[in-house]
Design a binder for this molecule. Structure first.
Ligand code: ATP
Ligand code: MG
Ligand code: MG
Length: 574
């Protein structure tokens, strides 16, 4: 097994610490509260919280809420919930907007030292000043020549509502001769008339990311500011601003983003899937939002292990979903109990032996509680009882109407083993529904004289009267047909897999399910056990010979709904 702290010791993050061996390490995870987190954010969370944890430091959650146009309360709440679900605890929860006064004062200070000016140019003019995107010579507009006093008056006028959006903005006076576009007099403040989620109508001007991020890092005493590589060029302006204002200077370093192939992560695209009813919402188990992955039943520990295995470097990586599923499977294999579940049940009525009196009690087995281990490989997790019965249910797929030498399960005249039962059964006859052509019942004998090991053992479930439960099972396959839904002609909506969700409405699960549910998160479920509060999805198990499952949040006391987390093997069970 992997040392969960492995990734924080090696490579990129080790270098980051070597460059600045400053303790206590303070990091921050700075999401914009404008959407739900996705699998890529799990990497950012693991990197920031994990790096701090490894060095005995701490990490803040900072809501980067400087764009009032797209923020909503549900995102704030969901973000914190996901961080906690992954087993991390912010030292402080901060909001960029808490610093609006302080940021404003620093903006005036920047003007006073001649390093910012109020500009009234249009987008087209600014583009031209920056070389028109064609490498033509760069130049500054006349606004850059205004006096400090004029800039202060103008900036205060912006603040006081004299200008409409686009009519004025504050620019930093950086270095337009620098080859780095992030030094070409970036915007620091713009006019926006939207009320802010937290500050209401107090402000009509809002600081930009480039102005806010480095200063908030500085205010919070961040030692190592870790972000993704699209900010490499921004490092210079990040350092420039803190340095120009003479404030404490954190160090920014950049790591590679995590992308997953075969799915879409962009908010706009997921919104389309939600609005068109293709998925059950932002937390649909087929999505790679963290709330979706959670609902599907993926344990938080498996996500961390996956991120860990990938490691942290400065390159962006596109990972096949199959690799994620493989990591989840490996994790579940070690950590969840085994139960017998039948997706598509067919009753098998047992007789004691051919021609026997059917009132015989199956050699004492009828009504007997068989003691079954939750995990044969791990006796410590204990056993549970399943009552044997005269009628049991097996999966339709485990019976064939005609025997076939390559089919080692049940067929007329053929025997098969039943998991955890001392004797095999042999099918004698069956009945069919004339209309649907479906097998409705199988009659079989319990071969009490046969002790030899069978080639195949199948799962079975006794009737609900003995404590078994009926369940609706939702089996998920990839939401898209191709690995690159974004490249599909006509757009990703043309690439939807019609079989992405297959429902088995009448599945049966053995009574051990109730005990698994009662016990709550299985002891090995990292993260959750630490938190001690698993949601419905923390009821997970391996349906022997079928797949890994978790309880869906649609479950009620009367109705169990299960999600397939992953198949037992790659590409099985489509
Ligand atoms: P998206 O547009 O996908 O939401 P973002 O960069 O706008 O991404 P933020 O909410 O601003 O997301 O991100 C918070 C933090 O998470 C940032 O530091 C960002 O760099 C990081 N992050 C976002 N996506 C990924 C990813 N795919 N891999 C690694 N880190 C990511
Ligand atoms: Mg962003
Ligand atoms: Mg974002």
């Amino acid at each position: 097994t992997i040392d969960p702290q492995h990734m924080f010791k090696v490579g990129f993050l080790e270098d980051v610490f070597k460059i600045r061996p400053m303790k206590p390490v303070r990091t921050r995870f700075p999401p914009e509260p404008n959407g739900f987190l996705h699998i890529g954010h799990a990497k950012a969370i693991a990197v920031n919280f994990g790096f701090a944890k490894f060095h005995g430091g701490s990490c803040n959650l900072r809501y980067d809420d400087t764009n009032p146009e797209s923020e909503e309360q549900v995102y704030f709440d969901a973000i914190l919930e996901m961080i906690q679900w992954l087993g991390f605890h912010p030292r402080e929860i901060t909001y960029s907007s808490d610093n609006f006064d302080r940021l404003y004062a620093h903006a005036e200070q920047l003007i006073e030292c001649g390093k910012a000016y109020v500009c009234h140019c249009s987008d087209a003019q600014i583009k031209d000043q920056r070389g028109g995107g064609e490498g033509r010579p760069r130049y500054r507009c006349q606004h850059a020549e205004q006096t400090v006093a004029h800039n202060l008056t103008e900036f205060r006028a912006m603040r006081d509502g004299k200008y409409k959006p686009q009519q004025a903005f504050l620019r930093m006076k950086q270095d337009i001769t620098d080859g780095n576009p992030q030094m070409w007099d970036l915007a620091a403040y713009r006019v926006l008339e939207t009320p802010h989620f937290r500050t209401g109508n107090k402000w009509r001007i809002y600081p930009t990311y480039d102005f806010t991020h480095c200063l908030c890092d500085s205010y919070e005493g961040i030692t190592h500011s870790l972000c993704t590589t699209e900010f490499v060029l921004s490092r210079v302006s990040y350092e420039w601003l803190n340095h120009s204002l003479g404030v404490y200077e954190p160090m920014q370093r950049e790591y590679g983003r995590l992308s997953i192939s075969g799915t879409v992560l962009s908010k706009r695209k997921i919104l389309k899937l939600v609005e068109s009813g293709i998925v059950r919402g932002w937390n649909d188990p087929r999505l790679y939002t963290l709330i979706g992955i959670k609902r599907r039943g993926v344990p938080p520990g498996a996500i961390l292990e996956f991120v860990n295995e990938l490691g942290v470097t400065t390159t962006n990586s596109v990972i096949d979903i199959k690799r994620f599923e493989q990591a989840v499977r490996k994790y579940l294999e070690r950590t969840v109990p085994r139960l017998m579940l039948v997706l598509d049940p067919v009753p098998v009525v047992l007789e004691d032996a051919e021609g026997d009196d059917s009132s015989a009690d199956l050699g004492g087995l009828e009504g007997t509680a068989l003691s079954i281990p939750f995990n044969p490989k791990d006796p410590q997790v204990g056993v549970h009882d399943v009552k044997f019965a005269r009628t049991i249910y097996i999966d339709r797929a485990d019976f064939r109407e005609e025997a076939d030498p390559s089919f080692f399960r049940l067929a007329p005249g053929k025997s098969v083993g039943l998991l955890h039962v001392p004797y095999p059964i042999r099918a004698v006859s069956y009945t069919k529904d004339p209309e649907s052509g479906k097998v409705t019942q199988i009659r079989a004998v319990l071969e009490r004289g046969v002790a030899k090991k069978q080639k195949t053992y199948i799962q079975w479930v006794p009737p609900v009267e003995t404590g078994s439960r009926r369940a609706e099972v939702r089996v998920y396959n990839p939401l898209f047909k191709s690995d690159n839904p974004n490249d599909t002609e006509g757009g990703f909506l043309q690439d939807i897999n019609p079989e992405s969700e297959i429902i088995y409405p009448d599945a049966l699960i053995e009574s051990g399910f109730d005990e698994v549910r009662r016990r709550g998160p299985w002891p090995e479920a990292a993260g959750e056990s630490e938190l001690g509060k698993g949601g419905p999805e923390s009821v997970r198990f391996q349906g022997i010979r079928v797949a890994y499952f978790a309880q869906d949040s649609d479950s009620t006391d009367d109705k169990i709904v299960l999600n397939r987390i992953v198949a037992l093997k790659e590409d099985v069970g489509k």
